[in-house]
Design a protein around this ligand. Structure first.
Ligand code: 3MF
Ligand code: MG
Length: 343
């Protein structure tokens, strides 16, 4: 059994379209997805604002809240919680050049409108976390934005969210690039820096996605550790990634078992989840996967987390201590490899 509770977003079961080809699987309704998620053992759902309330731009504030209440009833029906709500600014016509860091006041106002509505939706769904994946908050063309002004705008925007609701927590999910070329907030270290500049750092933390760290050329377990040392790792998106290329969202552990082991180890050793945090997945099935088996990447990822928890339990901390004292890291490394190989 796992010590963790798991969460998943509806976008993790998708139609398989990519930048070079159309969709290959039929859409599955939201209710069918969450029913299956609950059967698979997930405890909570991650939401974009418009996953919860489609076409929200056309609705009034009250209509948005009413739609969100219907979603809450669906969650209750399947005994699921909502983990967070994330404003999906990157798909909108208003925010082609980003939201919070756009150089246009109109765009920034729209980004705030969606952020306030995301907070409204979160409250209706009985959750207190807003996730900001800052998809277009940076540049395609370096000279197109003033980076200092951009970061200042980001801090101001977060402050407005904190002011809007006294209980809401803001989690930044950093990513170095894609869809933009250069992000203004590429790593967890940047997230901690932004947090410290807000009016209430105790309510601004991070969500670390494995693939995003790998894209930045840094180690996901160390990124988690960095946020943990600040008591600010409030979410994770476990997945995997074969090197520094396009964002792959592969099943957790499918590329690098040792890296997967050390991510689970840092979470276990630091009792991640003790404040109700979920182990979130952000994985996508390969485009080749047929619809009949299009949840398997989620099952596999959860299974790898659980298997790695077992490996962490088996990890011989006395032996680790001995090898560290001897400074025999060749032996320590081989021990870890043998442990993972089941030898
Ligand atoms: C992109 C992501 C996003 C975020 C999601 C929640 C679409 O690389 O990881 O997934 O996780 O928007 O903030
Ligand atoms: Mg993610």
């Amino acid at each position: 059994m796992s010590q963790f509770k798991f969460s998943v977003g509806p976008w993790n079961v998708h139609e398989g379209g990519d930048a070079f080809g159309p969709t290959v699987r039929d859409s599955i309704s939201f209710e069918e997805k969450i029913k299956r998620f609950s059967e698979l053992g997930f405890s909570a759902i991650q939401f974009h604002d418009d996953d919860a309330v489609p076409n929200m731009n056309e609705l009034t504030e009250d209509e948005i809240k009413a739609e969100a209440r219907k979603v809450k009833a669906l969650l209750d029906k399947y005994s699921l919680k909502a983990e967070f709500v994330a404003p999906r600014l990157w798909e909108d016509d208003h925010t082609h050049d980003g939201g919070y860091t756009s150089m246009s006041q109109v765009d920034r106002d729209f980004a705030m409108w969606r952020s306030y509505r995301s907070i409204d939706i979160a409250k209706e769904l009985d959750c207190d976390k807003i996730v900001l994946w800052l998809a277009r908050e940076g540049t395609l063309c370096y000279e197109s934005k003033d980076p200092v002004v951009g970061v200042n705008h980001l801090v101001d925007s977060i402050n407005k969210m904190l002011d809007y609701d006294d209980n809401i927590k803001v989690l930044i999910e950093p990513k170095p690039n894609e869809p933009i070329d250069r992000s203004f907030c590429p790593t967890i270290g940047h997230v901690m820096g932004i947090s410290s500049r807000t009016n209430d750092p105790s309510r601004v933390g991070g969500l670390l996605e494995s693939a995003h760290a790998i894209l930045a050329g840094i180690d996901p377990a160390n990124e988690m550790a960095f946020a943990l040392s600040f008591d600010k790792l409030w979410g994770v998106h476990l997945n995997d990634q074969n090197g520094m290329k396009y964002d792959q969202d592969k099943s957790f552990g499918s590329e690098n078992l040792r890296q997967a082991f050390n991510q689970v180890r840092v979470l276990v050793e630091n009792d991640f989840g003790k404040n109700g945090e979920y182990v979130g997945l952000d994985v996508k099935a390969m485009r080749t996967q047929k619809i009949e088996d299009c949840y398997r990447h989620l099952e596999n990822s959860m299974r790898v987390v659980r298997l790695m928890e077992e490996k962490v339990k088996q990890f011989d901390y006395e032996l680790q201590k001995k090898y560290i004292e001897e400074r025999n890291y060749e032996a320590l490394e081989m021990y870890v490899i043998e442990l993972l190989l089941g030898l």
